[in-house]
Design a protein around this ligand. Sequence first.
Ligand SMILES: Cc1ncc(COP(=O)(O)O)c(C=O)c1O
Length: 360
Amino acid sequence: MSDWKIEIERCPEDRRGAIPTDGSKLGFGRHFTDHMFVASFRRDGGWQDPRIVPRDSLGLDPAAMVLHYGLEVFEGLKAYRSAEDTIHLFRWRMNAERMRRSAERLVMEAPPIDLFGAGVEALVSLEKDAVPRAEGCSLYIRPTLVASDPFLGVRPADEFMFYVLCSPVGAYYASGFQPTRILVEQHDVRAAEGGLGEAKTGANYAASLRAQRRAQKAGYNQVLWLDAKEHRYVEEVGTSNIFFQIDGKVITPPLGGTILPGVTRDSVIRLLKSWDVPVVEERITIDEVMAAAAAGTLEEAFGTGTAAVISPVGVFGYEGQDVEVNGAQVGPLAQRLYDALTGIQYQREPDPFEWTTPVP
Ligand SMILES: Cc1ncc(COP(=O)(O)O)c(C=O)c1O
């Protein structure tokens, strides 16, 4: 993938952690592999010292700028094991490019695309045995960039640490492909125009927690965010982008700066176009969605994201009412997209868009 020379220090046998081999015990984000990739940046020396080391604490100074001013951006992608026992990454370059854009928004220095790719590839290659075999499981990869300068004062940072963790994760739908219950959030907002919404940075997730907790207490899985100015336009759901199928046409909100440009979102749009299913990136208000539901033309709604791939919505909670979508059943389009994407990811189907990269 690149000319970077990556040093490898292997984890001693007696420090290795046990990861459940039973896919149903994995869950999400709870288990980590024994190694991590690390590289550092200094303004006077550029990116240096890329290496794989036993996973350990980072040795950050308590004054590190990430801890005081939230200077961090991250990514999330997966490696999948095929029936032939090969391992493939899905569209890793899009994650590397998104990290660059997120970093630019926070005036941070992102790793070059080839360093990002080399680090992810070398780490996954070393951790190959940790890519789960069980159906629907995968290795979640978390590239992270933090500002490490010990400095108190608000200014752009000069020193950065880029590191990559791997976490074997279970099948998202352990008990089958299940529609979710989504609460339309009418008070809190996730991101405003001109803010951080399109960057994958911790602050956006911190801002989302209060509403998420309220929604979960009220019996919903996640919240649907509306725009910050008018509280009318649909934005995205939790950690997914959102799609509606109304009267045969698929609609998803445009990338206006306040939502995350999802890799799965882009893949879904490209698949729909290749199937000649009408799809548009247009603003849509929550009232239009509710009117379509009342008129019986809201055929399907689903979220898209790396964790769940496709997440069909069964119910929208809005203004005290629960509004069902497609009789709270998984719709044919969500199922077709899920099958197509996972077919490509697990190498069960051809990969016409060249989205997957084998890991040596
Ligand atoms: C806020 C938010 N929106 C959308 C997505 C979906 O993006 P992707 O398809 O790249 O996983 C994510 C997940 O990363 C997210 O955190």
